[in-house]
Write a protein that binds this ligand. Sequence first.
Ligand code: GSH
Length: 333
Amino acid sequence: MVVAQVDRDVCVRSSPTAAFFLVSRRGVDEATNHSWIALEHVRGGGLGGPFPEPDGLTARPHVWAQQAVCANRPKRPIQNSPPPTTGGDPSQERNDVVEVTTSSISSLARLPWGSKVATSSGENTGSATSAPTLQLYEFEACPFCRRVREAMTELDLSAEVYPCPKGSRRHREMVKKIGGKEQFPLLVDASTGVTMYESGDIVNYLFRQYGQGRSPSSGLLESTIFTGWVPTLLRAGRGMTLWNKAGVVPAEKLELFSYENNSYARIVREALCELELPYVLQNVGEGSSKMDALLRISGSEQVPYLIDLNTGFQSGDYKKILSYLFQQYSIGS
Ligand SMILES: N[C@@H](CCC(=O)N[C@@H](CS)C(=O)NCC(=O)O)C(=O)O
């Protein structure tokens, strides 16, 4: 095997004494001509500590878990290829079975969180036509961001999402200006003036403010330690890094009907993240007050459903949505 690229990546879990990172490696297997990606879960030195140096594919004393994903792509000269997005080029044709299977297992790992509305409509649920007052700076692969999005589904909250992938050209700068540091998730609630880091604090705040007396669903806060990183690993780094041809900024935010733990919606959110496209996230979990609006707009209760007012594009087919997004929002198209 040839190791072509090592990316230092997302911190999936951290405490004052230890931190766990995802390290991705990619390359081409000379024998089979397959390109491959390996993701490793590596232990490091704690918040603010040095990042652990990957030890190479054969010597990995700290490896917790590893997943290899092989795609049957033709070999390319690696030194001439553009900087890779973690998980490979997201605009390339994908193996649907792998996509749907890994996303479905991710959803299973995160059951029961982020699938249904756990409370009756709160003050801020808003209709699908009113602008949400919540702004969430996040990235799809981040397990801490995931639990905030899960809480939003359970509270039937809509939000403006500003994806902040690694290599971000715009939104990470905004986060530094707003909160002073690059840490995700960051919530801004325009209706109360609250700006907040720390996913646990954000979830508690959202339930306090919009949960009408309910508490976060059982195990939601603790679950990040156990299964929060499963979708990140299974999805092989999707929704983590800016695509190298991203950069087109839409005049109007896109609008996505979704709920956090829907397998197909996850794949669309990953793409929006890799393209750094801001969007209005209309969470429509089971029991959502926005289900009627979705039905009116799309003729179905299925998610994902993407609307792009900039071009008039609307679709509920995740494959069509992906090919539309990577074509429409690629530099040079
Ligand atoms: N304790 C924080 C941890 C947040 C955290 O470690 N987030 C990681 C992403 S998963 C981060 O901001 N990493 C910095 C970066 O991506 O640049 C929380 O629960 O929100």
